[in-house]
Design a protein around this ligand. Structure first.
Ligand SMILES: NC(=O)c1ccc[n+]([C@@H]2O[C@H](COP(=O)([O-])OP(=O)(O)OC[C@H]3O[C@@H](n4cnc5c(N)ncnc54)[C@H](O)[C@@H]3O)[C@@H](O)[C@H]2O)c1
Length: 355
């Protein structure tokens, strides 16, 4: 029996990865989340069809065992405490929960304080706690030696001077170059922590032989993302026919939107292809402004409202999008969900939520 581990497994990316692994493998998946942001499995939004039953098969303390075969195991608590428990007693999970775990197979480290632009700019010291979570994670990983590790960095690790109005470029993997030391200035504490995480991933591979892949996702979105993120929030307001339609800043700022199904697929491919801790972009390679997103959602909703810019809201860098040529050309991978299809799925989910 293989066990995969997902930290932050109740968050947006984590729960989508958990569902994917349960669907596509016969393996068990242990998710660890303190629910500071994430949703417990009982509340996971059902996007298409029924995924889980309404309650766990059994509960033991802070742990829920889901499904007839108990392949989904949810440990509710701080990931650092989970790691400390294993470090103190490597047989802790087996002795306490009756598992037959030798070492983890794939480990996906998604536990982080993220929270979108408002939190990145509004509470940067809270976001800096990611440094603590990542440091404890890599310290544990190089000792426990799971078969493979996924470290999600972020597009926020890229130098902000490449993302300015009138002067922006498509961000290429080697715009961050650990070999020459050409790193640039990342975006706030969030970007600094991700850049540091990438460095730790490389050290873990080089000095300890850990198989680890990093990725730099651009703006991931999907039907079950929470409303603190712009895409579902804009879709919800369009579904409710907001008019005038508010936009943060001028709305001309652009991002590279990539559907969560494509994120999950490319993360797994990256784990097959990369083991030295280096990173690839996850994106569509296209830039779309928030005004264009509003136009699309209001077209789905069948109306054309006037736009009301909210100039006091945080907007972050002007333009952030990926140069995807490495992954497209070297790996032959392309996103499967077009912007229009993905946004329509988000819009339909918000219409359902309102009805
Ligand atoms: N979603 C994206 O587009 C995107 C883009 C770039 C990078 N990433 C990275 O991918 C990872 C997952 O992102 P997400 O969008 O799913 O974020 P999310 O906020 O939805 O998920 C993070 C999860 O971690 C949990 N968590 C936080 N601190 C914890 C702790 N100490 N112990 C246990 N659980 C804890 C939260 O409750 C939450 O469920 C993050 O590292 C993020 O930086 C995501």
């Amino acid at each position: 029996m293989k066990y995969h581990l997902i930290s932050g497994g109740c968050g947006f990316v984590g729960r989508n990865m958990a569902k994917h692994l349960l669907k596509t493998t016969p393996d068990s998946v242990i998710i660890v989340d303190d629910l500071s942001v994430g949703l417990a499995p009982a509340q996971w939004p059902v996007v298409s069809g029924r995924f889980l039953g309404g309650s766990p098969k059994r509960v033991q303390g802070n742990v829920e065992f889901w499904g007839d075969d108990e392949r989904l195991i949810f440990w509710n608590g701080d990931f650092r405490e989970f790691l400390r428990n294993i470090s103190a007693n490597p047989a802790w999970l087996n002795e306490t929960y009756g598992l037959s775990l030798d070492r983890f197979a794939d480990v996906f480290h998604f536990a982080a304080i993220v929270g979108g632009r408002a939190k990145i700019d509004g509470d940067p010291m809270m976001v800096a706690l990611d440094l603590s979570i990542d440091a404890e994670f890599f310290y544990w990983a190089v000792r426990h030696k799971p078969a493979r590790v996924m470290y999600p960095s972020s597009s926020a690790a890229y130098p902000i001077n490449l993302q300015k109005e009138g002067d922006f470029v498509a961000l290429k993997e080697d715009d961050i170059d650990f070999v020459t030391g050409n790193l640039g200035q990342p975006d706030m504490t969030y970007g600094w922590s991700k850049l540091t995480g990438e460095y730790l991933a490389r050290i873990a591979a080089e000095y300890y032989g850990l198989h680890v892949a990093s990725v730099r996702p651009m703006s991931g979105y999907g039907e079950d993302q929470d409303l603190t993120y712009p895409i579902p929030a804009i879709a919800r307001r369009a579904a409710g026919k907001e008019s005038p339609f508010e936009v943060w800043g001028s709305g001309k700022q652009g991002r590279d939107f990539v559907h969560i199904d494509d994120c999950v697929e490319l993360m797994l491919l990256a784990m097959d292809k990369i083991k030295d801790g280096s990173a690839v972009n996850i994106g569509s390679g296209k830039i779309t402004s928030f005004l264009e997103i509003i136009e699309l959602f209001t077209e789905f909703a069948g109306y054309k409202p006037p736009i009301k810019p909210l100039l006091d809201k945080p907007v972050g860098v002007h333009a952030r999008h990926a140069d995807m040529s490495y992954v497209f050309e070297e790996w032959g991978w392309k996103p499967k969900v077009s912007l229009r299809e993905g946004m329509k799925r988000v819009y339909d989910a918000q219409v359902r939520a309102l009805s």
